[in-house]
Design a protein around this ligand. Sequence first.
Ligand code: FES
Length: 425
Amino acid sequence: MTFRSPFAIPRQLLVGTTSLGGRSAINSRLRCNQRGLATVVPPVTQDATGSKGPTAMVFMNMGGPSTTNEVEDFLSRLFSDGDLIPLGRLQSYIGPLLARRRTSKIQKQYADIGGGSPIRKWSEYQCAEMCKLLDKISPETAPHKPYVAFRYAAPLTETMYEQLFADGFGNGKGGRAVAFTQYPQYSCSTTGSSLNELWKWRNRLEGKRANGGSEPAGAIQWSVIDRWPSHSGLVEAFAQNIEAQLKTYPEEKRDQVVLLFSAHSLPMSVVNRGDPYPAEVAATVHAVMQRLKFKNPYRLCWQSQVGPSAWLGAQTSDTVQEYVKRGQTDLILVPIAFTSDHIETLYELDQEVIHEANNPGVKRAESLNGNPVFIQALADIARDHLQKGELCSRQMTLRCQGCTSERCLGQKKFFAGQEHASMVV
Ligand code: FES
């Protein structure tokens, strides 16, 4: 079968066979701090409520299975997402079938990186730490309460929404929530998909659909941080991690190390539809290189291409192989489009690309994970958003040139708010 995924599906997700299990029940009210690898979310750090608080801060990301037992449900949701992998009218039937055939192999890969994805642990930690900082630098919107909403793994969007209700937001009580994408660069396949999901559950749980056709009073007031590809704090965190890895090379060779920035690829059909992701990833790379004073040669390459259709290249694995073959054996891989470790860094880059290069000069820069410079950047981005009072960026109101999705249109009109809905084209 040919996949025309609008966002890179990890190569390892698309090979292997086994059986499929059922999807998680929607109404499970998980707290963010209840499971396996989860870092305990600290209690709200400020007793006093600011004049505009409290504020719910919701980190959105794709998520990953925290244990190998969650792999099948994760894959099933992933293959059922038409924003990510458009499979047509039979998507809800084909998606779970594809997941069933791949679960066993992917479970083994998660076992090889420690038994599950660390993305939940890092997301909960980053969000909680950011909220502590926000309480200090934006006291008027305090207390800030941390939530995580994943697209394909627990905690899912609907679980997060139920938790908001339980904590006193919405359902007639009003309150403010910020959907903060953890994809620094916007793609309709990633942030767009998460926003479509949030919009869907908002409508089901407290929108017109839940209120007999009219907008209910006291619903949550949402705003969106939809992209931040060249924020100075993000750039600084990446640059410091690169500098730390450069220091592991002898001083006389340091400036000759090639920096290979690696991001998920996209099918060319999505690129040609007008998806903003490639340009925004390039913006991040350029800003990081500017901060590093362009001391090293560099390239941006793309990983996780699958299937026979055309994808944005050059591929990361081919790039490493080619440069090593030419004698350029000092290379640093820099994951530039994710904010924490995940299977594409820990397995695909570390255990496949670097292992296959079989050369001690081929290394990887640390992921952002618990980096305090990065967490301060998150807090600064959030504070600026809260102070500005805008519902989303102007850029989010412009749909892709080739977009024909009514869902994109409706979602964008909703998040742009009444005042700016007419700008959505
Ligand atoms: Fe990009 Fe719809 S696909 S806005």
